[in-house]
Design a protein around this ligand. Structure first.
Ligand SMILES: Nc1ncnc2c1ncn2[C@@H]1O[C@H](COP(=O)(O)OP(=O)(O)OP(=O)(O)O)[C@@H](O)[C@H]1O
Ligand SMILES: [Mg+2]
Length: 252
């Protein structure tokens, strides 16, 4: 059965696109077939994160009836399929939830996961992506502004009957003033699916337009994303450190 999960956030810039591209790569690592959809049509950037900003045929072309869905699906070397959105102003348009449901309906059955990179906030675009999906994961930072916005998002998911799977706490620096994972859970009243530490390898990976999981598989961020992917599919995975992995291979 295909799981359709929208990755959303109340506040912008918290790491949704980073998480989607890496979660897709992580699930592919666990031999799951994944289609990553850029549901952020107005400020699309999944393609930029994946090193292919200018796809010839995009989601907008399909929505406009100018191309077939199959022509807008691209295989990424990290082992998953991408349905990108166009970054040009020329093709600026929103997708309503019915249009997205139509697209998902055609994709369902052909993969294990459809991951939708949503626009931030509670605008029409983000809400369409939440309404069209069966499940939602919220990305937040461990700070109050991001958390209060995430709380509103949880309420909207409830309104649309989209199952709120839980929250991923990104850019954790382990500082005293940050919300702890337990405090996040209490505040949002949903499970924390995992944390991703603040990691300079994430922006280095972005600069070479690769998921960090591909660029630096042993980076702390990559290892924690593997842990979250494992949890999603009910498998065990203990994040390893680069030093631990070196020791392990030496012992072997
Ligand atoms: N764990 C992390 N450690 C360090 N930097 C990070 C981490 N996660 C994300 N970033 C950086 O934060 C910035 C924003 O990330 P990203 O584009 O994924 O956010 P977003 O939520 O998709 O933004 P938008 O709301 O604009 O779509 C990027 O420059 C990315 O490299
Ligand atoms: Mg984004």
């Amino acid at each position: 059965m295909t799981r359709i999960i929208t990755i959303a956030s109340g506040k912008g810039g918290v790491g949704k696109t980073t998480f989607v591209s890496n979660l897709a790569a992580a699930l592919a690592n666990f031999k799951k077939s994944v289609i990553a959809v850029d549901g952020n049509l107005t400020t699309a950037n999944l393609g930029i994160h994946l090193g292919i900003p200018l796809y010839p045929v995009t989601l907008q072309d399909v929505l406009n009836g100018d191309a077939r869905l199959n022509d807008a699906l691209y295989y990424h070397p990290a082992g998953f399929t991408v349905l990108p959105a166009d970054i040009s102003l020329k093709k600026l348009r929103l997708a309503n939830s019915h249009e997205l449901v139509d697209i998902f309906y055609k994709l369902v059955g052909g993969c294990d996961f459809i991951l939708v990179d949503s626009a931030a906030g509670l605008g029409k675009e983000a809400l369409s992506a939440i309404e069209a999906a069966d499940e939602m994961i919220t990305v937040t930072n461990p700070e109050l502004p991001a958390l209060t916005d995430a709380l509103k998002l949880g309420n909207m998911a409830g309104k649309y009957g989209t199952h709120n799977l839980g929250v991923v706490v990104n850019r954790v620096r382990g500082k005293k003033h940050e919300f702890s994972l337990e405090a996040v859970e209490n505040f949002l009243e949903v499970p924390v699916l995992g944390k991703i530490p603040e990691d300079s390898e994430v922006s280095k990976a972005l600069s070479v337009k690769k998921p960090v999981l591909i660029h630096k598989p042993m980076a702390p961020s990559s290892q924690h994303i593997m842990g979250i992917a494992a949890r999603l599919i009910g498998e065990e995975y203990r994040p390893r450190s680069a030093l631990g992995a070196r020791l392990f291979s030496w012992l072997r």
